[in-house]
Design a protein around this ligand. Structure first.
Ligand code: 5GP
Length: 118
């Protein structure tokens, strides 16, 4: 069940500001408020999807294509393509998802390190 009181829904409605880096008909991308790397951008769909599983099952082909395109475009425009970067989308409790609106983290600008600290 999508909860439209989440913080990204408020950003999409313009109730809370964000540092926008990119926008198209189906996506909005903005800087993370608590960056974990020199570049830390969040790409979100404008539609109401809880997570990637919801989006894969219920997003239209146009929305899904736009989301993928936005991730590539934002990384390229941020200058991350050549050196590389990481994309992560956390899902649910075990994935440690804090905001229940689908978002892709784009992290880069320095070596991001191993997948998990051990
Ligand atoms: P999650 O743990 O759900 O994958 O990641 C949520 C992300 O949203 C975190 O990296 C957190 O710093 C970011 N975040 C939380 N609240 C805000 C906000 O109000 N504005 C922005 N720009 N990012 C936020």
């Amino acid at each position: 069940m999508y909860d439209d009181t989440n913080i990204f829904a408020k950003i999409l409605r313009g109730e809370i500001p964000c540092q926008k880096v990119d926008e198209c008909d189906h996506t909005l991308s903005f800087n993370d408020i608590s960056p974990q790397a020199p570049t830390h951008i969040l790409v979100i769909p404008k539609g109401s999807y809880v997570d990637m599983a919801d989006f894969a099952a219920n997003g239209s082909a146009e929305e899904q294509a736009a989301f993928l395109a936005a991730i590539g475009r934002v990384a390229e425009q941020a200058g991350l393509a050549e050196g590389g970067y990481r994309i992560i989308s956390n899902i649910g409790k075990n994935g440690h998802q804090e905001v229940p609106h689908l978002h892709m983290h784009i992290l880069g600008g320095e070596p991001i390190g191993p997948m998990r600290a051990r």
